[in-house]
Structure formats: structure tokens, C-alpha cells
Design a binder for this molecule. Structure first.
Ligand SMILES: [Zn+2]
Ligand SMILES: [Zn+2]
Length: 278
């Protein structure tokens, strides 16, 4: 991939009703090989396929999602950081560090990272009450230090680690580990309340990683922020699986659930695709 990433798109308000505004905010780009975006061959060969694949996929946007609710401000994911010094990705593991450096490009323009873009929207990083990390891949966790006051919601098994997890980035933070004991919402059987009126909740969306999370904003037309369950809306409908997903069967099950929400009129928001117009 020799071409620089495209200009950063503007934030998109995908929902603004009943005192809740949801804004999808592009905060950089991710460049990966085509087999990383999707792998359809024998599942045990997926990492080998990515390792030998010399074809870069088109740049994918990296989005964070801001939920402004009268009872609290929730940010879903934090994007990567502008500065990526040696050791930034590996969490002390040199193999992981070299894999990130070799197989991923995560450019973020100065002044266009998540903290700067929130400030431009009038939201100070310290005003964020809760950061939900859909999972611990680097492009979702890089700016966590900027949101120092927030509690951090991380799914089951994520902090315990897996290849590619930037788990060290949550060390020392006030963590919430959802147990999904708050009943169903928007077709999901289990959830954990994030804002005390129950209208914003975390739900399990396993498959991409062990504890991959989604966030549901309830309403006549629910919004599901679905992280990396798919890398495009077309891939979601087709049940294609990114080559870095942990479990293809679980990922497909998660995609089926999301597609059911979409077909019932709900709105699905992905981390690496421009949002559909509201
Ligand atoms: Zn990911
Ligand atoms: Zn991602």
C-alpha cells in the first residue's frame, strides 16, 4: 500500500431523538492485507494466508461512536493514537509488535484523533463517563489514556488476552466486566446496563474476539454498535468472515443476529465502514 489514505470524512449523526444523540466519528484509517479483510478457505490456514498475502486491501476507515445521553456520555472505542512509538502495539510481546508493524498500517492525522475530534464537537475528553471497548485490538484502544476519567467496559476474556490483544492498555483503569444479567434488548437475550435508565446497554457479540462487545441504544428503531463483527455492510449480509476473527462459527451467529436487527428496521453501525444515512 503506497497510496496515502483518503481525506478524513466528517462525523455523521446517525440518531438524534428522545434526548440521545449518536455520532459516528472517523478517527483514522487501517490498512491490511486482503486475506485479513476476509478469508474463506480452511479456517486453520487463515493466519498463514494473511502472512503470505502481498495484496493490500483498500483503506478502511476507523470509527468511534459517541453516545450523548442526558444521564451520561458513552464513547464506543477510542481509535489508534497519532504517535506509535516502538513497543506501542506489542504490550511487551516482541512477536505481536512485529506482526502489527508488518501486517497493519494505522495512520492517524495529527488533530484528527478521537480526543481532538470530540473536542471539535464540543465534548471534552474528561466529560466522557464510560468508554466501551468492543475488543482489545490496537485500532480500538490507542487513545484510552486521553479519557482518563472514564470507567472502561471490556468484555469477558479480553483482558486475559489472546494474540493481537493490546490488553496492557487497560492496566490501572477502573474496569467494568459485564455479566449480561440485565435481560433482553433489541432481540438480544442478555445485556448489561450502561446508562441508568436502561436505554444504553452492552451485549455480547462474540466471534471476532473472545469477549467482543456491542452497544445497543434502545428505541423504536434500535441502534446496535457492532464493532468488527463485519468490516462492511455487504460482508455482514453475506456472512463473510474477516481473516483475523477468532471463531468463524460464532462470528456468523453474531452476524445473523445483527442482520435480524437490521431487517426489523434497526440500525447497525460498524467500526470500519462509513455509516448508512439515518
Ligand atoms: Zn478487530
Ligand atoms: Zn478494528
Amino acid at each position: 500500500m503506497r497510496s496515502p489514505p483518503p481525506p478524513d470524512p466528517d462525523p455523521v449523526v446517525v440518531r438524534d431523538e428522545s434526548g440521545v444523540r449518536v455520532t459516528v466519528i472517523p478517527v483514522g484509517w487501517v490498512g491490511v492485507r486482503r486475506s485479513h479483510v476476509e478469508f474463506g478457505g480452511p479456517w486453520s490456514l487463515r493466519y498463514a494466508a494473511i502472512a503470505v498475502d502481498r495484496r493490500w486491501a483498500p483503506w478502511l476507515p476507523v470509527n468511534v461512536v459517541l453516545i450523548e445521553h442526558r444521564r451520561g456520555i458513552v464513547l464506543v472505542d477510542t481509535g489508534e493514537a497519532v504517535d506509535q512509538p516502538p513497543g506501542h502495539f506489542g504490550c511487551g510481546d516482541r512477536v505481536q509488535e512485529s506482526i502489527y508493524r508488518r501486517y497493519l498500517r494505522l495512520p492517524v492525522r495529527a488533530g484528527a484523533d478521537a480526543p481532538a475530534r470530540l473536542r471539535a464537537l464540543g465534548v471534552a475528553p474528561d466529560a466522557v463517563d464510560t468508554v466501551v471497548l468492543t475488543h482489545l485490538h490496537g485500532d480500538h484502544t490507542g487513545n484510552l489514556p486521553a479519557f482518563a476519567r472514564a470507567e472502561v467496559v471490556v468484555g469477558p476474556g479480553e483482558v486475559e488476552g489472546y494474540p493481537g490483544a493490546t490488553a496492557c492498555r487497560v492496566t490501572g483503569r477502573r474496569l467494568v466486566r459485564p455479566r449480561f444479567e440485565d435481560g433482553g434488548i433489541a432481540g438480544f437475550a442478555r445485556s448489561t446496563t450502561l446508562v441508568d435508565d436502561g436505554s444504553v446497554r452492552a451485549v455480547p457479540l462474540p466471534g471476532h474476539t473472545i469477549g467482543h462487545l456491542g452497544v445497543v441504544v434502545d428505541g423504536a428503531r434500535p441502534t446496535v454498535i457492532a464493532g468488527d463483527a463485519a468490516l462492511s455492510y455487504e460482508q455482514l449480509r453475506r456472512r463473510g468472515t474477516p481473516g483475523v476473527a477468532r471463531d468463524r462459527t460464532e462470528n456468523r451467529r453474531t452476524q445473523e443476529r445483527l442482520d435480524t436487527v437490521a431487517r426489523a428496521g434497526g440500525q447497525v453501525v460498524l467500526s470500519h465502514a462509513a455509516p448508512d444515512a439515518p
